[in-house]
Ligand binder design. Structure first.
Ligand SMILES: [Fe+2]
Length: 385
């Protein structure tokens, strides 16, 4: 019998003003001193200040850790953990995009144990130590890290360690559209595409169930029309709300399924060339979707129509129409044509292929992929017209 299960084990609060419930949520989790993890960009934009004001007004003690780097390395995680221990914090607010949230979640799982983040690398390793509760407040619509059990942390060898663990799941996610309105345009495009790719890849994964499909379909319906509008104007409240809700729903599917080839191949591009995660995925995605088209069981037509919500339903569909749509979307959002234009060449191919294979993703892709085919996909995305 093929058993299917569905659970979302956290509180999610959504809507303009959601962050105002912070004091109540901190009390609910019995927090006495907060480590507020944020980044210098958010401090400059005044977003961190808004959260500090709420904490000050409620008389909640806190300290800020803002040394966040894009695609965080293990050393940043350990620095964050050290600050938490030094300041005796017992609750973390993860304010930011994927990098801040992944750093915060990683420090939280280590807690006061004295372990290194490397000790948790892998899938569902048992965690003996006490962990610290996290309240996640996303400031980009993309990674879905506020509702996922995983983090991606770079080790000393450029390798992107994927850690999947139930203890990584933030206790509470506060989704406030106003928090994503200061997001820079390039981040809005790259992280928004990442969210779209989460929904589509999980929808096509062979781990998909009717439960995850329902969530993925809603995510695509929200993100498809909202993404260009949000990139054009981050102050568009409806577009920001749809992107934030859509990316969180896409994040939930990521917790229920696994993504496909674009995610497996993108991590080494970030590790070796520093290409932001969402951008690396988006550059690979038209290529991997064209590759998987051979295995399509009718979902490509649904994806095409969901992403084009608001347009008349297309009955007469061919898979090339979806690939074309994705290429045009990248262009419309200002992305380069291919990976070569981003400085990627074949000099790291051997290491990238080796790193890309170190994931369970390959076991659940719609179309099986040999190492030779992985190389072909990289080259296709490098030189694509
Ligand atoms: Fe992603």
């Amino acid at each position: 019998m093929n058993l299917q299960s569905f659970s979302v084990k956290q509180d999610i609060v959504f809507g303009v003003g959601a962050v105002k419930s912070l004091p109540e949520k901190i009390q609910q989790l019995k927090g006495t001193k907060v480590l507020l993890v944020s980044d210098p960009g958010l401090i400059g934009a005044g977003t961190t200040g808004k959260i500090e004001d709420i904490l000050k007004e409620a008389g909640i003690e806190y300290t800020v850790f803002s040394h966040i780097e894009p695609d965080p390395g293990c050393w940043i995680v350990h620095e964050c953990r050290d600050k938490m221990v030094e300041e005796k914090c017992d609750i973390i607010i993860a304010l930011g995009g994927g990098s801040a949230m992944d750093t915060a979640k990683s420090a939280a799982i280590i807690g006061y144990s004295g372990n290194r983040i490397h000790d948790y690398w892998g899938y569902y390793k048992p965690v003996e130590n006490e962990t610290i509760p996290v309240i996640a407040i996303p400031t980009t619509a993309g990674t879905g890290s506020e509702v996922t059990r995983n983090t991606v942390i770079t080790d000393e060898e450029h390798y992107k360690m994927v850690i999947l663990n139930d203890k990584m799941l933030p206790a509470i996610a506060l989704l406030d559209p106003e928090m994503i309105m200061t997001c820079p345009v390039s981040v809005a495009a790259a992280s928004g595409l990442d969210a779209l790719i989460h929904a589509v890849e999980c929808y096509l994964s062979d781990l998909a169930t009717p439960f995850s499909d329902a969530v993925a379909e809603k995510a695509m319906e929200l993100i498809g029309p909202a993404l260009p509008r949000f990139v054009a104007n981050r102050k568009d409240v409806q577009a920001a709300s749809d992107m934030l809700l859509g990316s969180t729903l896409a994040g939930i599917t990521l917790s229920l399924c696994l993504p496909n080839q674009a995610h497996a191949l993108s991590h080494p591009l970030t590790g070796y060339y520093g290409i932001p995660h969402g951008l690396a995925n988006a550059m690979l995605f038209p290529t991997t979707m064209a590759y998987n088209a051979l295995a399509d069981k009718g979902k490509y037509k649904k994806i095409y129509n969901l992403l084009r919500t608001g347009h008349p339903y297309t009955e007469d569909f061919e898979t090339d129409m979806l690939i074309d749509y994705l290429k045009k979307l990248n262009k419309k959002l200002g992305l380069p044509k291919n990976l070569c234009e981003m400085g990627v060449d074949e000099s790291h191919m051997e290491e990238m292929l080796k790193d890309a294979q170190r994931t369970k993703i390959w076991e659940h892709c719609p179309r099986s992929t040999s190492v030779k085919e992985m190389e072909m996909l990289y080259k296709e995305a490098m030189y694509r017209d």
